[in-house]
Design a protein around this ligand. Structure first.
Ligand code: CTP
Length: 388
């Protein structure tokens, strides 16, 4: 999603510019094309050359250059989105008033593309009504905001003022770039593996990493949805989602039924263990010799949601099949009562990349091997087009 996107960073004068530079480097590694503008204050913390070395893009500082009288117009037209990180209180005030007395402010005033603001400052400066009023005005004009987080600030005081982390910045940028096709929609996603207890320490589980579920949650949030992620064991916590830990099939089923009521979309990407031990012993019984473990099937979370009375409008499942992918996925789709299935081979489990097919009653689309984040974005775009 960020590959080949033209992102213009605006660095303003706060110590968080160091962290913002790391974010730029991460996005560059994903293939984003970057340029940056440093305000005069930003150059007191970091030299523009550091950006050129880390992010392989040009850094600009000056509005007044003999060789190019319109650098602000050129940069504003080059960018697909502008990310101001960190955005100081002073710079927000300038933008709110439409002041254009340096390259950064002039470029933003001249821009016709979405602007992402990531404020970072002392907590009192952040809470000051002047800053809040300025931010409210900028929001009302369509700016996207990655809110600062709380913590011990560089100045030694505590409170909100930390630059949003990379995940939160990414979600704000994706919302800005995507046009938010899932705005106003509630999306519930399961991800990761379940662990069915044999006793207090031993579990029955599988090899799923939860990367796909987390990537789907991130994609849905980046498309503007309100996202609930039902997090199986091992799954990362996706940015932009409300996360509920659901380590067993039964915990996942209960949370899914509750959260899916009133939701628009349900996506079951979790690798739910097929069986659980009949008895989960308390404590840790000592190991015995060979013995038979009695198992019962776990509840089917996807089928439970797809068959609930007021089910979400669109229900998507994943069918892990080692052969006859499409036919089996269609059969599973009908049996469970969902609207579409991703048929995927077991090689996807725990891997960095995924390949598969989007399968519906009367349509199939092949999704060639690609990084899971990209795969998840393609899948959520299909979903978004079904619930518009
Ligand atoms: N699923 C679920 N609850 C279960 C089992 C599966 O919600 N107890 C969901 C998975 O999240 C996935 C879909 O059902 O979206 C299909 O999972 P899969 O493992 O392919 O199928 P199973 O139902 O387990 O059938 P089988 O193992 O026989 O292929």
């Amino acid at each position: 999603m960020l590959a080949k996107r033209r992102i213009l960073f605006v660095f303003t004068g706060g110590v968080a510019v160091v962290r913002a530079m790391e974010v730029a480097r991460t996005w560059r590694k994903e293939g984003a094309e970057l340029q940056a503008i440093f305000t005069a204050a930003a150059t007191r913390f970091v030299q523009p050359l550091a950006f050129e070395a880390l992010a392989e893009g040009k850094a600009h500082t000056d509005l007044w250059r003999a060789e190019d009288p319109f650098p602000h117009i050129r940069l504003a037209r080059w960018a697909e989105a502008i990310v101001v990180a960190p955005a100081t209180a002073d710079f927000l005030a300038k933008l709110a008033l439409g002041i254009a007395d340096d390259l950064a402010a002039a470029t933003i005033l001249a821009a016709r593309v979405p602007i992402v603001l990531a404020p970072a400052m002392n907590a009192a400066m952040w809470e000051n009504p002047a800053t809040q009023d300025n931010l409210a005005r900028l929001r009302a004009r369509g700016c996207f905001v990655a809110l600062p987080s709380k913590g011990l600030l560089a100045c030694g005081e505590e409170g909100p003022g930390h630059l949003a982390d990379e995940g939160a910045l990414r979600i704000a940028l994706l919302r800005a770039l995507s046009g938010e096709p899932l705005a106003g929609k509630r999306v519930v996603i399961t991800g990761g593996r379940t662990e069915e207890p044999m006793d207090a320490v031993r579990v029955i589980t599988n090899r799923a990493s939860g990367r796909m579920g987390a990537a789907l949650a991130e994609a849905a949030a980046g498309m503007g949805a309100e996202v609930v992620f039902l997090q199986g064991a091992g799954a990362p916590s996706p940015a932009g989602a409300r996360v509920i830990a659901t380590p067993t099939a039964e915990a996942m089923r209960q949370a899914a039924l509750q959260e899916a009521s009133g939701a628009d979309v349900f996506v079951a990407a979790a690798a739910v263990a097929d069986h659980r031990p009949v008895v989960a012993h308390a404590g840790k019984p000592p190991k015995r010799g060979a013995h038979v473990l009695a198992l019962v099937p776990t509840p089917d979370v996807l089928a439970a949601v797809a068959q609930m009375p007021k089910r979400p409008r669109f229900v998507l499942g994943f069918a892990l099949e080692s052969e006859a992918h499409l036919a089996r996925a269609r059969e599973k789709m009908k049996r469970k009562g969902c609207d579409a299935m991703i048929a995927n081979p077991p090689e996807n489990l725990g891997a960095e990349e995924a390949a598969g097919w989007w399968v519906e009653e009367d349509a199939v689309r092949e999704l060639p091997r690609m990084p899971k984040r990209r795969f998840a974005w393609e899948v959520m775009q299909e979903v978004a087009s079904r619930v518009r």
